[in-house]
Design a protein around this ligand. Structure first.
Ligand SMILES: Nc1ncnc2c1ncn2[C@@H]1O[C@H](COP(=O)(O)OP(=O)(O)OP(=O)(O)O)[C@@H](O)[C@H]1O
Ligand SMILES: [Mg+2]
Length: 247
């Protein structure tokens, strides 16, 4: 039987474009909407894992899977990679150096791909190349999946913003969200939060419409049964095993 769990991969070959910021915020946005979500840290830098370690356990739960963390002394690798059986959505924080078998493993197990791009000539060029490589990858061509580009750290009414928008207009893949360049993202990351957690912060509330838009786009493109089940409380969630190559 096909697994009801869906995977979203956030990736770009360019470092610092906002992969971790988007993966953590997306996981929070799903958690806040009652979805059982896991965040898979595929990056050896472990930024998402660190983010999760700062998160208040009272906040909506985001299960963290640290791909590169070694298991504890009494754990096997399979035990270490356990996820609750009722996980509905896995958000994968991909890393910029994913190549060869690592990239293949990520592509094989992904339902939707999000590519964040920053508004600078260097990032636009590198992002364009990454998208071309992705769309022409033999695994992608064998099983095409929805790909969405995210314009990150935008500053409307600047030249670089216009340049990025022109670039996005010419792409074969849709631009599915735009996130502003705002210190609220850094503030949220410091305390293991996403902007959707920060209901009392005006700057964070300004961003929530874009997160809702992104989630609507994702949900339109994944099979509905994955989110159809009612989410039980986090305390009732039981562990299940995922393969060590699954991220
Ligand atoms: N929309 C935003 N507004 C302001 N700051 C942002 C925004 N998005 C990301 N940042 C900041 O930019 C920096 C890089 O972001 P992030 O770590 O998410 O990038 P990354 O692609 O995961 O980097 P790496 O390739 O090193 O994994 C961080 O300090 C983050 O807080
Ligand atoms: Mg990162």
């Amino acid at each position: 039987m096909e697994s009801p769990t869906r995977r979203i991969l956030v990736i770009n070959g360019k470092g610092g474009c906002g992969k971790t910021t988007i993966a953590t915020n997306l996981a929070v946005a799903y958690a806040c909407s009652g979805t059982n979500v896991a965040l898979m840290d595929n990056d050896p830098q472990g930024s998402s894992t660190y983010w999760a370690s700062q998160r208040d356990p009272e906040l909506p739960h985001v299960e963290i899977v640290a791909k590169h963390q070694r298991p504890g002394m009494y754990q096997t690798q399979a035990f270490h990679h356990r996820l609750p059986t009722d996980t509905e959505m896995i958000v994968v924080d991909g890393h910029s150096n994913a190549r060869g078998r690592d990239l293949e493993s990520l592509l094989r197990q992904t339902d939707i791909i999000l590519v964040p791009i920053l508004p600078s000539s260097i990032d636009i060029r590198a992002g364009g190349q990454f998208i071309t490589d992705l769309l022409t990858h033999r695994l992608f061509r064998a099983a095409p999946r929805p790909v969405g580009v995210i314009a990150n750290r935008i500053q409307p009414n600047t030249q670089t913003h216009d340049k990025l928008m022109n670039f996005l207009d010419c792409l074969d893949v849709p631009a599915v969200a735009q996130f502003r360049d705002s210190p609220v993202y850094t503030d949220a990351a410091e305390v293991g939060q996403g902007v959707v957690d920060m209901v009392d912060c005006r700057a964070a509330r300004k961003e929530t419409a874009q997160w809702k838009q992104l989630i609507s786009w994702i949900n339109e493109h994944i099979q509905p049964q994955s989110l159809a089940r009612k989410a039980p409380k986090a305390a009732e969630r039981k562990p299940t095993s995922i393969s060590a190559t699954s991220a």
